[in-house]
Design a protein around this ligand. Sequence first.
Ligand SMILES: [Zn+2]
Length: 227
Amino acid sequence: MASYQGHLAYASILGAAYGCMGALQMDLDWGPVFLGAGLTTLGGLLPDLDSDSGVPIRELFNLAGVVIPLLLLRRLHRHGFSIEETLVLVGAAFLLIRFGVSRLFCRLTVHRGMFHSIPAMLIAGLTVFLIYQSPDLNLRLYASGAVMLGFLSHLVLDELYSVDFMGARVKLNKFAGSALKFWSSSRLATFTTYLLLGVLIWAAWREVAPTMGEQPSTPAPATPGST
Ligand SMILES: [Zn+2]
């Protein structure tokens, strides 16, 4: 199993590369570039939120408690909240994540369960996509790509560390296949993960569909005799 520091180092290097790519290839401003680099790093630490113990977990939930409300700012602004109301809501979101969600999360997840999986990576990406409201679709995709890249790097690193290189022989240890997976032995956890993934895909599609071609998303089917 790769350590917290290992994941942090690996994900921050990837984040720097992802930020550079955004600046050079997509011509992004420094704001989105650093946001992308930061989200990649955060994504690289996210899967170990399920490990229930230690300082990193508290740090991660603190960080998530700050980052998520900040990403929500544009959405709150769009709904016409005043500065004071926005501050109250951001503070409430922090408390909810830091003390509510973190406790629930620790109770519901097991280490190396469904939170270390490909669908969980997609859930993280879609969550960022939905929270981060920007009129520019490319920016939203860039931000969600960042968190997914970091998440994937974590899964790959965990998987690599489950391989013991004994000379020329490669031996798998007991954690093999527990990171880069599509389902777990718990049917309930697998089902819940895919249900959440389905809901998020639906929500993202609902936001994106109207902007594509400006066509009505669901034209009424022409049934005989309806006119
Ligand atoms: Zn891990």
